[in-house]
Design a protein around this ligand. Structure first.
Ligand SMILES: CC(C)(COP(=O)(O)OP(=O)(O)OC[C@H]1O[C@@H](n2cnc3c(N)ncnc32)[C@H](O)[C@@H]1OP(=O)(O)O)[C@@H](O)C(=O)NCCC(=O)NCCS
Length: 208
C-alpha cells in the first residue's frame, strides 16, 4: 500500500520541501495543511465556484453567485463558533498555496456517522492532496470525535471520485438509481463507505 507523502520532483529527484514530520500541528502533514476558512478566503472560493464541472460533481451546476455573496459567506464561516461536528477547511500545500477545500456535514453523533465533500482546483489535481486531506479528517473523526463510519456519495459519472475513494479503501455499498439530474439526464448515485475497523486495519495507528 502506498504511504502518502511528498512526491519526488520528477526533474531533480528531490522531495518537495516538506513540513516537519514531528510537527505539533495535528492538521499538518508533509503534503497538506488543513486550516479554518478566513474572512479573506471569499475571493478564492469565488474563483473555485467558476469551475462548473467541479460544482456539478459536488452538488449541481450553480447559478452565478456574486463575489459579494461568497465574501459574506467566508466571513460568516470564519466567525462561526465551535458548535456541532461539521467544519469547513481550506487545504493548503506545503508551500502554503490554497489548493482546495474539504468540509464535513450530516454529522450524527448518536450513530457516529458523518459525510464530507472535497474539491481540489483542477491544476492541483493528482498530487495526492485530496487523499491526504481526507485521511486527516478520518483520523480526527475516528480517533478524536468517536465517529465510527463515513459515507460518501457521488454520481455515476464522477470517475475521479470513485477512483479516489476506492484507492482509499472505501467500499461500494450500493447504488441509488436515477438519483440526480444534470446535463439533461438522470444519473445514478453511488454510495461508498468506510467503517472505523476497515480504517484501522488499513491505516493502523498513524492514520496515513
Ligand atoms: C475527486 C478529486 C477531489 C480528487 O482530488 P485529487 O487531489 O486529484 O486526488 P489525489 O491526487 O489525492 O488522488 C489520489 C488517488 O485517487 C485516484 N484518482 C484521483 N483522481 C483520479 C482520476 N481523475 N482518474 C483516476 N484516478 C484518480 C488515483 O488512484 C490517485 O492516486 P495516483 O494519482 O497516485 O494514481 C478532484 O478530482 C476534484 O476536486 N473533483 C471535483 C470535485 C469532486 O468530484 N469531489 C468529490 C465529490 S464526492
Amino acid at each position: 500500500m502506498r504511504v502518502w507523502g511528498p512526491r519526488k520532483n520528477e526533474a531533480t529527484g528531490t522531495r518537495a520541501k516538506g513540513l516537519s514530520k514531528k510537527s505539533m500541528n495535528y492538521w499538518q502533514t508533509e503534503l497538506v495543511r488543513l486550516r479554518g476558512v478566513e474572512p479573506d478566503d471569499g475571493e478564492i472560493f469565488w474563483r473555485w465556484n467558476q469551475d462548473s464541472e467541479m460544482a456539478r460533481n459536488l452538488d449541481f451546476v450553480w447559478p452565478p453567485v456574486s463575489a459579494a455573496q461568497v465574501r459574506r459567506w467566508a466571513e460568516s464561516v470564519a466567525e462561526k463558533k465551535l458548535e456541532g461536528d461539521s467544519f469547513d477547511w481550506v487545504i493548503e500545500n506545503s508551500e502554503g498555496g490554497q489548493v482546495g477545500f474539504i468540509h464535513t456535514h450530516n454529522c450524527q453523533p448518536r450513530s457516529g456517522v458523518f459525510r464530507y465533500g472535497v474539491g481540489i482546483e483542477a491544476r492541483h489535481r493528482r498530487k495526492g492532496y485530496a487523499a491526504a486531506a481526507i485521511l486527516l479528517v478520518l483520523r480526527y473523526y475516528f480517533q478524536e470525535l468517536r465517529y465510527q463510519k463515513v459515507n460518501v456519495t457521488m454520481h455515476s459519472e464522477n470517475g475521479a471520485s470513485r477512483a479516489l475513494h476506492e484507492r482509499l479503501g472505501f467500499l461500494h455499498e450500493g447504488t441509488i438509481r436515477r438519483a440526480e439530474f444534470t446535463g439533461g439526464r438522470y444519473l445514478d448515485a453511488f454510495c461508498y463507505g468506510l467503517t472505523i475497523e476497515e480504517w484501522e486495519e488499513r491505516y493502523g495507528e498513524t492514520g496515513r
